[in-house]
Design a protein around this ligand. Structure first.
Ligand SMILES: Cc1cc2nc3c(=O)[nH]c(=O)nc-3n(C[C@H](O)[C@H](O)[C@H](O)COP(=O)(O)OP(=O)(O)OC[C@H]3O[C@@H](n4cnc5c(N)ncnc54)[C@H](O)[C@@H]3O)c2cc1C
Ligand SMILES: NC(=O)c1ccc[n+]([C@@H]2O[C@H](COP(=O)([O-])OP(=O)(O)OC[C@H]3O[C@@H](n4cnc5c(N)ncnc54)[C@H](OP(=O)(O)O)[C@@H]3O)[C@@H](O)[C@H]2O)c1
Length: 483
């Protein structure tokens, strides 16, 4: 079968490897000049590291080099993916630096015609969309942006900051309180004149070592961690944890909350979130950036809680920002860490209408297969705490499905499964908009964070991965080696 894959990150590359091994004629498109997706040199901000320890952030048949540290630098992940390409001889199937501009079903609906920004056009039997749920950064609309830019101010997203020389001696305003924003703030604060973070809401952050000595992976990246957050259905020990309105689970999470509050000095710094830690699965689970709270304590980073940018403007020929807490300040650079939008802009509107509901939630069986669009699958939309593993599971699932090695339930059953999951996700995330959220608000498919719809995570859970494994009759337990 002739197969096009859009995206050369973890999902696209693992799909290419699996589908090539199964004898398909594969082409992988990526608009960036290198492989890696979010780890591409075109997207890495200074200081970017993984949140996962290296044992939970690699593809199953290609471990991370022993020499790499526990938490990998961005360039090490990119090097790792390049070594995956070399090891599995994927170079010949890559079309890097080539953006897919449209992908339209053929007249007979037996394939897809892709056009690319280099003027090319080619037809395939099957299309795998692996364009990433964190590919399209959100930049809010700011009143006065034009005047601000005329006065020399710049507005960028975190992934567009290439070097700290861009912020040296500048007044920098970070927008957002997610991992990207806090990471960049720590780096910026080492060289900038001033670093302010406008956080419209405070989020909980988990230290790498909880209480100073327990690696967070034992608490959150395990079946136990998964069980602490209520799932769609409860089984075994989970029934006990979530009996009487989650009495036991909430008690455990409450203890964790106390430890984190003390360890990160949240009360002292005035950074205690308004909602309890147990709501973390509704929003966004991320690690505390090393050095962030210290920098706040030392006054090198100024966090304005429950604050938004009211407008950007020009005063005396200089760029300024007005914030909703009533303050005005010089801002040479506004850096937005405002999350990502999950979209597939190269598909025709009619197809987009068939794969999403009225709220923009993706309607994918197993977060992979649109029920009503033939010859189309998605890889990496089942993002999780173990994204490489989830991505690889979707690749294996797609390979197995195309080979007819597993059969799908009747269409109406699949639709119902998708509906139930989306409803549950809506309920779980209080109807979060289709913006791809961190480790938790998304709606995912597989491992620790399963995203069904638009990149939000349903929960830190290897359970969704288990679902895919069961489809293709693969073992659902992972060897703890290296973990
Ligand atoms: C800064 C950052 C750090 C992260 N850190 C972690 C972490 O520590 N742990 C974790 O589990 N997850 C992390 N994530 C989540 C991360 O998205 C996944 O871990 C994983 O890398 C996603 O891989 P992917 O292949 O699905 O998507 P991506 O890596 O996003 O790859 C998608 C690719 O598709 C390409 N593409 C999109 N549209 C087109 C088009 N029209 N034509 C051609 N190419 C196109 C893009 O250029 C991109 O290269 C992080 C995300 C971000 C943004
Ligand atoms: N490996 C790493 O270290 C690393 C680094 C960066 C990112 N990541 C991962 O990448 C994913 C995305 O993280 P992220 O930090 O980029 O995004 P994110 O988790 O979605 O956080 C976005 C932040 O921006 C705020 N925001 C959104 N729209 C806004 C607006 N219009 N005005 C003001 N504030 C706005 C949000 O506020 P609300 O909460 O109020 O919505 C939130 O604080 C996550 O999975 C994260 O874990 C990992």
């Amino acid at each position: 079968m002739k197969i096009a894959i859009v995206g050369a990150g973890f999902a696209g590359l693992s799909s290419a490897k699996v589908l090539t091994a199964l004898g398909h004629d594969v082409t992988v498109y990526d608009s960036t000049p290198d492989v890696g997706g979010v780890w591409s040199r075109t997207r890495r901000y200074p200081g970017l590291k993984t949140q996962n320890n290296k044992g939970t952030y690699h593809l199953s048949d290609h471990p991370m080099p022993r020499s790499y540290p526990q938490w990998l630098r961005g360039e090490q992940v990119a090097e790792y993916l390049k070594s995956y390409v070399d090891r599995f001889r994927l170079e010949p199937v890559l079309r890097l630096g080539t953006r897919v501009t449209t992908a339209s079903p053929t007249a007979a609906e037996d394939g897809w015609t892709l056009t690319t920004d280099d003027g090319g056009s080619e037809t395939y039997d099957h299309l795998v969309v692996a364009n990433g749920i964190f590919s399209e950064p959100v930049i809010p609309t700011f009143d006065g942006r034009e005047d601000f830019e005329r006065a020399g101010g710049r507005v960028i997203d975190t992934g567009s900051l290439r070097s700290l020389s861009e912020v040296e001696g500048k007044n920098v305003l970070m927008v957002g309180y997610g991992k990207s924003s806090c990471d960049v703030a720590v780096e910026v604060a080492t060289v900038a004149e001033s670093t302010t973070v406008a956080a419209r809401g405070l989020l909980w952050k988990v230290p790498r070592y909880v209480g100073g000595f327990v690696n967070y992976k034992y608490l959150l990246m395990s079946r136990f961690g998964e069980a602490l957050f209520r799932y769609q259905t409860l089984r075994g020990l989970e029934r006990l944890l979530h009996a009487k309105d989650s009495l036991v689970a909430d008690g455990i999470i409450g203890t964790l909350q106390k430890v984190i509050t003390r360890q990160l000095r949240l009360k002292e710094l005035g950074l205690l979130p308004n909602k309890p830690l147990k709501t973390i699965a509704k929003t966004s689970i991320s690690l505390a950036t090393e050095g962030f709270y210290d920098a706040v304590g030392e006054g090198r980073i100024d966090v304005r809680r429950e604050t938004e940018v009211v407008r950007l403007y020009e005063k005396d020929g200089r760029p300024w920002a007005e914030l909703s807490d009533g303050t005005r300040q010089r801002a040479d650079l506004v850096i937005c860490g405002c999350g990502f939008t999950q979209r597939v802009p190269f598909l025709p509107d009619e197809v987009q209408g068939r794969i999403t509901d009225e709220n923009g939630n993706f309607q994918l069986y197993r977060q992979i297969k649109p029920v009503d669009v033939p010859n189309l699958t998605f890889a990496g939309y089942n993002s999780s705490f173990f994204s490489p593993l989830s991505a690889e599971m979707s690749a294996v699932w797609i390979g197995s499905y195309l080979a007819g090695h597993h059969t799908l339930p009747p269409a109406e059953r699949m639709r119902q499964t998708v509906r139930e999951r989306v409803n549950w996700m809506e309920e779980r995330t209080d109807g979060a908009v289709p913006v791809a959220r961190s480790w938790s608000r998304s709606r995912c498919t597989t491992s620790m964070r399963c995203s069904t719809t638009s990149g939000s995570t349903c929960r830190p859970s290897p359970r969704c991965c288990s679902g895919c494994c069961r489809c293709v009759r693969a073992p659902t337990r992972r060897s703890p080696r290296n973990w």
